[in-house]
Write a protein that binds this ligand. Structure first.
Ligand code: SF4
Length: 299
């Protein structure tokens, strides 16, 4: 039996749903019931009511699925797939930061651990960050963590000052403006779509700053037929699959998140077969971490 057939049989037996992030490898995306960005996957985890969720993404995303569906068994087939940016904001340090800014509101990018989410006020994703920031009264001081690039890009776009935590995504932070210029020279006329985790100077060199979900919508609706894609290369799989008549070019070298690539058909099959490794969070962490996520989803 092929691996894909094995996964399908185990999935049916376990009554499981497979959720995959847009940055996972193509063959993982192809066997998922739903593929999306962090916001879309959070919503799906909250509403799916499946007894078993196989989460194909990095650890904080699997934790978010557990927080939103605590009664479900949440499997994370690659338990060593963490997010270096999420690990840059330790909850004790965040609490100390809050103490230094009494009265300020902490907005946390969803790329934070469950433990850190217990220390913040509201979450956001790259897909809704502007909406979340815009919903906060103008006279309220804002602290934004852990991605200083995303924070600076939103701050500039909305003209809203924020205190920024000094974190970043190593994969996106390494994308310098020169790489955008080189891609434009190689593909004249292509529209440059970029993820807002990139540094502000690089975002300024592109045409549209979008979450991966936003990129898919933009590519589908745009009259343009060629695009330079300045984000992790996994998104190219869906962009090409859903728009076979359009051209999508990665940057050179192509940005790659090593952690997202740890999800494989083999570890998904093993995880469904063994019902392991499961995401385990205590009830108090789930209760406290859920509040900022619920505030985000209610907007
Ligand atoms: S692409 Fe960056 S932010 Fe996303 S999981 Fe990888 S390291 Fe974390």
């Amino acid at each position: 039996m092929s691996l894909v057939a094995e996964i399908a049989a185990l999935k049916a037996e376990r009554k499981a749903i497979i959720l995959a992030h847009n940055y996972t490898v193509g063959e993982v995306q192809d066997i998922a019931d739903f593929t999306g960005d962090s916001l879309e996957l959070s919503r799906k985890a909250a509403e799916c009511h499946a007894p078993v969720i196989v989460f194909c993404g990095v650890r904080f995303m699997a934790e978010t699925a557990k927080i939103l569906s605590p009664e479900a068994i949440v499997l994370h087939p690659a338990p060593d797939a963490g997010c270096p940016m999420a690990d840059m904001a330790d909850p004790a340090d965040v609490r100390a930061w809050r103490d230094a800014h009494p009265g300020a509101l902490i907005v946390a990018y969803v790329n934070t651990t469950a433990a850190t989410k217990t220390a913040v006020d509201i979450c956001c994703t790259s897909g809704n960050a502007e909406r979340v920031i815009a919903s906060i009264p103008p006279d309220r001081e804002i602290m934004f963590l852990p991605d200083a690039n995303l924070g600076a890009n939103i701050s500039k776009k909305l003209g809203r000052k924020m205190h920024l935590w000094p974190g970043c995504c190593p994969t996106h932070n390494a994308i310098a403006p020169e790489r955008i210029a080189a891609a434009r020279a190689a593909h004249p006329g292509a529209v440059v779509i970029i993820h807002p985790e990139c540094p502000p100077a690089t975002v300024d060199a592109a045409d549209e700053a979008l979450s991966t979900g936003g990129m898919l919508k933009f590519a589908r609706e745009s009259k343009a037929t060629s695009f330079i894609v300045a984000t992790e290369e996994g998104i190219l799989h869906r962009l090409r699959k859903e728009n076979p008549d359009k051209e999508f070019y990665p940057l050179a070298p192509s940005p790659r998140c090593p952690n997202m690539k740890k999800l494989s058909l083999e570890n998904i099959r093993d995880s469904l077969r063994d019902l392991s490794p499961q995401v385990e969070l205590d009830a108090e962490t789930i209760r406290l971490a859920r509040a900022p996520i619920d505030r985000m989803l209610a907007l």
